[in-house]
Design a protein around this ligand. Structure first.
Ligand SMILES: [Fe+2]
Length: 751
């Protein structure tokens, strides 16, 4: 069991700026902290081993540890308003689409304090039925519909309190009626007038004292509050647009979740303006109860997108108290760093944690004399997409996919026990719907040195962050080329100007997720003479959006096509954060081939293979790369699956935008049958998807010149960098990469 976990308030920090660290010491134990520069995160004894270097800092001190918890689960809050106090008879109604009505008690909408037994509440009870309750401060009276809600069906849900009669009525009415009706129910019961508490209105959870619980899974659309007891046959009228004239006078609140979808606000279109806010980022821009397929884009027909999908495991910002902070010295070199915490020396790593971050070059230093000519673009958006990926923990076919037994690390087990740490963009929520948002403001247990992922091939099972230290270690320990580290978030914020000073940019091993600003910046850089080394595969694959006002959170809509662990529902292909169309860049007319000459073609996670030189490598335009390299076979060794070509593979495809003059220098061969063609490559399922059968299951290494003297070199394999350190860095993968790097740093223009 892990004893220390933490996170920082940012991934990227410039010299002179301050980074804050939030830590939970799970046994309230004291701990030590220091700042280190991370050099090599892979602990595999076949390679250089774990390497870090201590950085003098004020953080080197004993800290009083205390446990900090995460309150996951999204909900909405509407601040208390005096007008809510003088309700006598009233009606509360909403359209609901519960996804897990049977999971236990779940709050829908309430002005309710559970501890005080005061107020009113519409909820799903422990038996999966709609229920209403009122409390007068002494006792609560509950009335249930008597029939179960079916999961993922729309219902009109209402409670009516009639003060004159002293009755409480609950009404559960399916929107779609079937031949045999089993879920239409209503009931009434005598109940005392509620004592209205002075707290906020709560949606999708039940308030208890200062906190909330009983989180709801599912959608809520158009909640209404009416200052009179409506006859049940008038309830449908509350959801007509526009509202019937005789109802408008008694409306107290009519929340319209289709307004301000890009924000965390919920807007009340009623007379009192009882606006509120959402907590923990439930999913917006989802189909409402009245969506009929006539429009698939939320901002073109907002009236059909009045729903919010709440999840009991949504999390945005863990919101922990700060434990310590560090102001980065003005002269600290750019690089990969971490706060290292430890409270013991258990060999399984359970008594320590590393919180990685990136020290970027000083702001405003671009182009200054003496700055590095090379930048490593840390794919932090992709790190966020995979944050706390737990699809392996209970995936029934994971072992079939990777071709070996799963080996859990302590942090995997911890993640299983602590779903409140939140999920990745590869996972589904507890109700089975896809996770569309991922934040970095929470502990991310797989964004760690020493961690090896189930996805990585046999050998060093590294993926994303830790795999990228194979590259940064090689730059530092072998070629000794100074480099700056810049991140996706910096690139999204600053665009082309961030890249402009560098002679050459080198990617991480798997830069998969990009916003349009990031994409455009890289295209500008290449068009204006920049050089790019794409030592990776499956890059520039998904389009994403950063939130326009909240820091550190991205959105993906798994639309249309591609390797997908979940599918966006029809009508939900547009990002809620920006209104942009989501999905694969390839399906948006921008295949990765246009930028880097190659695009995603195959994947598999068991073992890697080697490349064979192709005729293009003997072309004088590129033959200089192969100086000092003998034979035709490249990379038949390595820490990641035993070869330089593995995990995910890209190939040249001229029809998708590979430049016509791109040279194919080498191609991989001999892949295992667990490496298979990606599904966006076929319409009708062919019988020969496997590595031994399909000629496209390979990586292509390509080179091409760009306008204004620039060039691109792409390897097409995630495993490539795992071979750099083989044999004390003396090998043909290292030599080839080094030859390219030296020439790409030489300002002489390419022809
Ligand atoms: Fe990926």
């Amino acid at each position: 069991m892990l004893k220390l976990i933490g996170y920082a308030d940012r991934f990227s920090v410039a010299p002179g700026e301050t980074i804050r660290f939030m830590v939970s010491a799970l046994e309230d134990q004291p701990y030590q902290a220091e700042i280190v520069r991370l050099i090599h995160g892979d602990a595999n004894p076949e390679g250089p081993g774990f390497k870090s270097e201590k950085v003098p800092s004020g953080a080197e001190a004993a800290h009083v540890g205390r446990r900090q918890d995460i309150r996951a689960g999204s909900w909405a809050r509407v601040p208390f308003h005096l007008r809510l106090k003088d309700l006598h008879s009233f009606t509360v109604a909403a359209m609901i689409w519960p996804t897990t009505p049977g999971k236990g008690r779940q709050g829908l909408i309430g002005h309710w304090d559970e501890e005080a037994l005061a107020g009113w509440l519409l909820e799903i009870d422990g038996q999966g039925r709609l229920a209403a309750r009122v409390g007068d401060g002494r006792a609560a009276v509950e009335v249930g519909s008597g029939v179960k809600l079916h999961p993922s069906h729309w219902y009109l849900a209402a409670m009516i309190y009639d003060a004159a009669a002293g009755t409480l009525t609950v009404i559960q009415r399916p929107v779609t009626a079937y031949g045999v009706v089993t879920d239409d129910g209503h009931a009434a019961q005598a109940a005392p007038a509620p004592l209205i508490p002075d707290c906020a209105i709560t949606m999708a959870a039940v308030r208890s004292g200062e906190g909330v619980g009983c989180h709801y899974n599912g959608r809520i659309d158009s909640p209404r509050l009416i200052a009179k007891a409506l006859p049940p046959e008038r309830l449908e009228g509350l959801f007509l647009q526009p509202l019937p004239a005789d109802l408008t006078g008694s409306i107290l609140a009519a929340w319209d979740f289709a307004q301000e979808i890009k924000t965390t606000r919920i807007v009340d279109a009623g007379p009192e303006g009882l606006d509120g806010e959402i907590v923990n980022l439930p999913t917006r821009a989802v189909r409402g109860w009245n969506w009929d397929g006539s429009e698939h884009c939320w901002w073109r027909k907002p009236a059909h997108y009045g729903a919010i999908h709440f999840h009991d495991d949504d999390i945005y910002d863990a919101g922990w108290q700060e434990d310590f902070r560090w102001t980065v010295p003005d002269d600290l070199r750019s690089g990969v760093y971490a706060a290292h915490l430890w409270s013991g020396d258990a060999e399984d790593g359970t008594e320590e944690d590393y919180i990685p971050f990136f020290v970027r070059p000083p702001r405003g230093a671009s182009g200054k004399v003496g700055r590095p000519r090379l930048a490593f673009l840390a794919p932090t958006a992709s790190y966020m997409a995979y944050a706390n990926d737990q699809s392996h923990i209970d995936a029934k076919d994971a072992e079939m996919v990777i071709g070996r037994l799963l080996a859990y690390q302590p942090s995997d087990v911890f993640l299983y026990d602590h779903p409140e740490l939140g999920r990745s963009l590869y996972d589904s929520h507890s109700d089975g719907s896809g996770v569309a948002y991922s934040s970095r403001l929470r502990p991310i247990l797989n964004l760690r040195p020493k961690y090896s992922s189930w996805l990585g091939a046999s050998g060093s099972g590294l993926w994303q962050f830790n795999a990228d230290t194979h590259l940064t270690d090689w730059l530092e320990s072998h070629v000794r080329e100074p480099f700056d580290v810049i991140t996706d978030e910096d690139l999204h914020a600053e665009g082309y100007e961030l890249l402009r000073p560098y002679q050459c940019i080198i990617t991480g091993t798997h830069p998969e997720y990009h916003t349009v600003r990031m994409w455009d910046a890289m295209k500008s850089y290449l068009d204006l003479g920049g050089r790019l080394m794409y030592v990776a595969a499956n890059g520039w694959y998904w389009r994403i959006a950063f939130h326009e006002s909240l820091p550190g959170v991205i959105e993906v809509r798994r639309a249309e096509d591609g390797i997908r662990t979940w599918f966006a529902d029809p009508g939900e292909y547009w990002h809620s954060f920006t209104g942009e169309y989501g999905g694969l860049w390839r399906r948006q007319g921008r295949p990765p081939n246009m930028l880097v000459g190659i695009g995603f073609m195959a994947q598999g996670f068991d073992v890697s293979s080697h490349y064979r030189r192709q005729p293009g490598s003997f072309d004088p335009r590129a033959s200089w790369m192969f100086e000092g390299i003998e034979g035709e076979i490249i990379g038949d060794f390595g820490l990641v699956g035993g070869g330089a070509a593995g995990l995910e593979l890209d190939t040249a495809k001229y029809a998708l935008g590979t430049p016509p003059h791109a040279l194919v220098l080498a191609s991989s061969e001999g892949h295992s049958d667990l490496i298979m063609l990606v599904n966006e490559e076929f319409g009708v399922v062919p019988p020969n998807l496997r590595g031994s059968e399909h000629p496209d299951v390979r990586a292509d290494m390509v080179f091409f010149e760009t306008p204004n003297g620039g060039a691109v070199w792409s390897t097409g394999s995630i495993a490539w960098c795992g071979s750099l350190s083989w044999n004390g860095y003396d090998n043909n993968v290292s030599r080839l990469t080094g030859n390219v790097l030296r020439r790409f740093l030489d300002p002489r223009p390419f022809a």
